[in-house]
Every structure is written in C-alpha cells, then in structure tokens.
Write a protein that binds this ligand. Structure first.
Ligand code: 5CA
Ligand code: ZN
Length: 412
C-alpha cells in the first residue's frame, strides 16, 4: 500500500558515530552494526481507531533511529506494516455497523496525514497484512511441512506454531514461563484453546468462519493469518533473513516479538532474527496506559484540528527518553510550545555560540541510545546563550536549525 510523503532532510557537515541502542534480548545498550544498508522493521498500527500519542511516540522513536543511521552515512531500508485484518478491527467494525475495509482505509489515511505532520521519514515499504496473505499462507505451509506447526484436530482448520520448535523461545523477552503464561492471554493469546500442544503455542492461520472475511490459503484451506506470522513474513520478504532492528512499543515484547522472531528463525535457520529488539515506552494519560480499549486517548489528528503545532507535539514526546513509560499532560505540551518558541527566536538571531560544537554534542547524545533529553538540554543552553547575546559565530543559527531539523525532526 502507499506510504506517506516525506520531507527534505538537511545534510549536515561530518558524520555521527555508530548508533548504540538498548536491545531487549541482551538487556543492554550495544552498537548497531549494519552490514551495508541498515534494515529496520517496525510494527505499525491496527487501523481501527485514530493515531494516538502513544503510536506517535513509538513512530518518532524509530524515526530518530533512521535519522541517526542516515547521519552516520548508511542507506536505511525501513519497512512498517499495517495490521489491516485482525480481531480488534473486525470487532470495532461490527460494533459500529461499519464495513471493516472502509474503517481500515479511513484510519490508515488519517495515520499517514499524522505521520507527515510529525515529519516522520516514510518507510520504503508500507505493507498491509491483507496484501501479504498469499506469502503468509505459503510460509505457514512451510512450517507445517517442517513439523514446526500443526493443525488442530477439529473442524476449524486452525493452524498453530509449536513453540518446542523454537529451542531459544523466551530469549527475546527474558520472561519466565510463568510470566509468559500470565501475559499471553492479555495480549491476544489463547492458552486455554483445546487441542493445543502447549498453551503458549501461537495461532498461525485461522480457518474460515461463518461471517468472517477469509482468503484462499491453497493447501491450508481458506482462512486468515495470525498476527505474529504476519510481521515475520513481511519482514523476511522485504529485508532478508535478519534485520538490524525490530521495533515497536514495549507492549509487543511478548508474545508478539518473541513469536515473530521464533517464526522467522525457524523459517530461515538464522538467529537472532534481529540484532536489536527495540521497545519504546508506553505513553499514558493521567497515569494509565493510553489504549483503545481504555478509551483514554489523545489523538494526533485532534490536536492538529485544534491548531496545535505538530512540532510542539513532537518536541513534547521526545522530552522524555523513548524507553521510559511516561505520561502526556497539558503542562508537557505547554512546556514544549515555550521551548519551540525559544528555539525559533534563537535560530533567527544573527549569531550564536559554535554551531559545530552544538552539532557534535547532539550527535553524541543521540548515538547514546537516543538520549533526547540530553540533546534537548544542549539545545536549550545554546538557545539561552544566543538569546542572551553571546554573539560569536554567524554560521551557528542556520546550523542549529539544520541540526534540530535533521537529527530531531523538529522544523523551526
Ligand atoms: N498492529 C500491531 C503491531 S504489528 C499493533 O500493535 N498495533 S497498535 O495500533 O496497537 O500499535 C501500533 C504501534 O504503537 C505498536 O508499535 C505499539 O507497540 C505502539 N503503541 C501502542 N500503544 C502505545 C502507547 N500507549 N504508547 C506507546 N506506543 C504504543
Ligand atoms: Zn508486528
């Protein structure tokens, strides 16, 4: 499907050092080491509601990674999916008496507009689950033939992955079996389904049901794909057998990323599927996770409709570190609006303290696991000194503006 439209990214003098990121599997910060182009797969939206600030924060996180890789001289191959067929989408369409396809198209279109407004560099491939179904069905058949999957012994046609076919299962999330069993049903899993070999076995293919959309699955029979295999197959098809980064919010740590890695590794024989599993913290409102099911959402499109500058929204979201679960508040937005105003006034000044030193400082902070609070603090100091009239370098204000544009995605 179509991605969104990108913006020109200013080129900066010099290069940054290799980007270091926290890998959930190894539980530590490690350098990314792209071999040729940097490859990244990010788990995108399930389009049954508008983009909220949590989605936006996660997309901004991986946008920053892409910006740092580019700044280090890498070509970036970035793929993002849209889960445009899944239970939550069908349930919402049913509740609202709407066609699920129309709902998905509308919310995906709104997401694209939000991403453009937030100056997120578009992925090279923006891929729907629906358009990937033939490829997914083919890979499920491969897993079946390989004895890594099995058909339930009933009339449903449902196919499950056998987690015993993944000897390292659990390495990505570092959870104990007890913890996995607790989380699995909260995140779409069905541990109590009769006939499964292991309660943790995830669904690969859901056989056609009366009243539900289904697609021909060849030898699999008609049905639709499970969630984790969707991301594994899309990533493998477009990025090769391993990726530098698999990304998403930390709600995807388990079972989603654990299972998609297990599927991918079984299909390719190569492990780990991702060199870095990178997880963004949850954005909450008033101390609660922002989620469609809780109904406590702040939509990017709503803020845009209220004429809030998207750059202030972006700045507010990156004022905290990407890995921290954090809350959206009115004060956070007000502070970002004031900060943006100060930076804009400073960028318009005739001169300021060294732009090169500022650029080096921002590169240093962002290559260190995307330390945006550190980078923002440097920009605050630079702006403060400029506005106080520490007149020095006339090339500094344009370089300041280019640096925050290219590396932080904030257009002044
Ligand atoms: N379609 C699947 C991924 S394959 C999905 O999780 N969709 S989603 O619409 O629920 O979320 C889209 C992306 O935003 C995911 O990466 C998810 O981890 C992230 N996300 C969801 N809620 C939040 C939140 N409150 N804060 C931060 N990120 C979030
Ligand atoms: Zn995913």
């Amino acid at each position: 499907m179509d991605s969104w439209v990108g913006h020109e990214v200013p080129r900066l003098p010099g290069r940054s050092e290799p980007l270091r990121l926290f890998d959930s599997a190894r539980q530590g910060v490690h350098p990314t080491e792209p071999d040729g182009p940097a490859t990244m797969y990010v788990c995108g939206i399930t389009p049954y509601d508008a983009t909220h600030l949590g989605h936006a924060a996660t997309m901004i996180t991986f946008d920053l990674a892409q910006r740092m890789w580019r700044d280090a001289g890498h070509e970036v191959r970035y793929v993002q999916n849209v889960t445009d067929i899944d239970d939550p989408l069908l349930e919402r369409a049913e509740r609202d008496g709407e066609d699920w396809k129309v709902l998905a198209m509308r919310e995906t279109a709104l997401f694209r507009e939000d991403m453009e407004a937030l100056r997120i560099i578009p992925p090279a491939h923006y891929v729907g689950a629906v358009e990937s179904i033939p490829e997914i069905a083919e890979k499920v058949l491969v897993l079946l033939k390989d004895d890594a999957a099995y058909r339930l012994d009933d009339e449903t046609g449902d196919v499950y992955f056998d987690v015993s076919a993944a000897p390292r299962f659990g390495y990505e999330s570092n959870l104990s079996r007890e913890q996995m069993l607790e989380i699995f049903p909260e995140r779409g899993g069905d541990p109590d389904r009769a006939g499964k070999r292991d309660p943790l076995d995830p669904l690969l293919w859901r056989g056609a049901r009366e009243g539900e959309p289904s697609w021909p699955g060849g030898d699999l029979g008609p049905g639709r794909p499970g969630w984790h295999i969707e991301c594994a197959v899309i990533a493998l098809g477009l990025l090769g057998s391993t990726v530098d980064v698999q990304g998403g919010g930390n709600d995807l740590l388990f079972p989603h990323h654990e299972c998609s890695a297990a599927h991918a590794e079984r299909l390719t024989g190569e492990a780990p599927f991702a060199s870095h599993y990178v997880h963004a913290g949850m954005i909450g409102l008033d101390g609660e996770k922002m989620s469609k099911s809780r109904g406590n959402l702040v939509f990017v499109s709503r803020l845009r409709a209220d004429r809030v500058d998207p750059m202030a929204v972006r700045l507010a979201l990156i004022s905290g570190h990407y890995r921290a679960d954090r809350s959206w508040t009115d004060d956070l937005l007000t502070a970002a609006q004031e900060r943006l105003g100060r930076w804009r006034r400073a960028a318009a000044a005739p001169a300021g303290p060294s732009g090169r030193a500022f650029l080096a400082g921002v590169r240093d902070r962002l290559t260190d696991d995307l330390d945006t609070p550190g980078a923002l603090a440097l920009a605050d100091v630079w702006a403060e000194q400029t506005l106080a009239g520490v007149v020095d370098d006339p090339t500094a204000p344009p370089l300041f503006a280019d640096t925050v544009d290219a590396l932080l995605g904030i257009r002044l």
